[in-house]
Design a protein around this ligand. Structure first.
Ligand SMILES: [Zn+2]
Length: 322
């Protein structure tokens, strides 16, 4: 039959099949094979890569400001996952509450743990837990590009041609790397210390040669101790670090404790801005893309710590209000 049905029939094949059970038998037969495979990702950072590589819509279960460490799948998440043709999640224990769900889904749907395709010897881990790699790999563009290549391979199996789009992404990542290196180099050396709420930025530190200190551990599920806060106050005061950073997906309560602690010792510390750590900016905005997220962070960090960076970032697209 021809595809003269109304646009509302442009459903994905699986959504269609799932919906068919509840339709009356007289419903018109549909030409399902023309629908693009439905892709569902857990985090926004993964969905962004998949959007770039397909040029089409990819849904993310976790939106702006959501913390993947503690996020529990909802009923509608499970429904979306069960209707997908390809599921992309992070792995490395980032979305810890999804482990059983993904194991279950992988029996009937292709499921790719994108960060687990990165060679193990390139991952960081806390010396106390060598078997638990740090999952925050999207802050090292080289590693996130490896994840993108793995996603591209999975998309090729779904019939997408990703060659030209992957090449475009590689070129954009190279430009991003150049901007990050040049911008961060403008920060005076003693101030190259990033103090944040939780330990999300170790890969950033390794990639750029910066000292990185989080109040909480690698997961936001751990509680920060008073001793740790005291240690960081001493660091801020002794190195005269002018700013610390809050994160979009983590409470800023402990960051305020640091500022008060330094203040009590006569050292004034400001909040240098809000960084995107485990979630991106608003949907549809430049900060709502992975490259925009990195640009925002690097630009914010450099400007707050005495460096020199354009207010609107690498390509003039940053929201100047943030
Ligand atoms: Zn995190």
């Amino acid at each position: 039959m021809s595809r003269t049905a109304t646009p509302s029939f442009a459903l994905s094949r699986r959504a269609l099949l799932a919906g068919l059970a509840s339709l009356p038998l007289a419903a018109p037969a549909l030409h399902a094979s023309a629908a693009a495979p439905a892709i569902t990702a857990t985090t926004g950072m993964i969905a962004d890569l998949a959007r770039r590589l397909t040029g089409g819509p990819v849904s993310a279960l976790m939106g702006p400001g959501m913390d993947p460490h503690g996020y529990r799948p909802t009923r509608s998440d499970i429904l979306a996952l069960s209707r997908a043709d390809l599921i992309l999640w992070h792995g490395l224990n980032l979305e810890a509450q999804f482990t059983d769900v993904m194991a279950d889904l992988s029996r009937r749907t292709p499921v790719l743990a994108v960060a687990e395709t990165i060679p193990k010897d390139r991952l960081l881990s806390d010396p106390a837990y060598p078997d638990r790699p740090d999952p925050h790999v999207w802050f090292d563009p080289d590693l996130w590009l490896i994840a993108a290549e793995s996603i591209a391979a999975a998309l090729e199996e779904q019939g997408f041609d990703t060659g030209a789009r992957l090449a475009g992404l590689r070129a954009d990542v190279a430009a991003l790397q150049t901007y990050c290196a040049a911008t961060l180099a403008t920060v005076p050396e003693p101030a190259r210390v990033l103090v944040t709420a939780h330990d999300a930025f170790a890969y950033f530190g390794r990639a750029h040669g910066w000292q990185v200190e989080g109040i909480q551990g690698i997961s936001t599920e751990s509680e920060a101790g008073l001793a740790r806060i005291g240690e960081l106050v001493d660091l801020l005061v002794s190195r005269r670090i002018p700013a610390v950073f809050v994160e979009s997906s983590v409470s800023d309560r402990t960051i305020r404790a640091l500022i008060e602690g330094a203040d009590a010792q006569g050292h004034y510390v400001t909040i240098g801005g809000e960084l995107f750590s485990d979630a991106m900016g608003p949907d549809g905005s430049y900060e709502g893309t992975w490259i925009g997220m990195i640009d925002h962070n690097v630009t914010t960090i450099a400007r707050a710590l005495g460096g020199d960076a354009p207010e609107r970032g690498m390509v003039g697209k940053l929201d100047a209000g943030t």
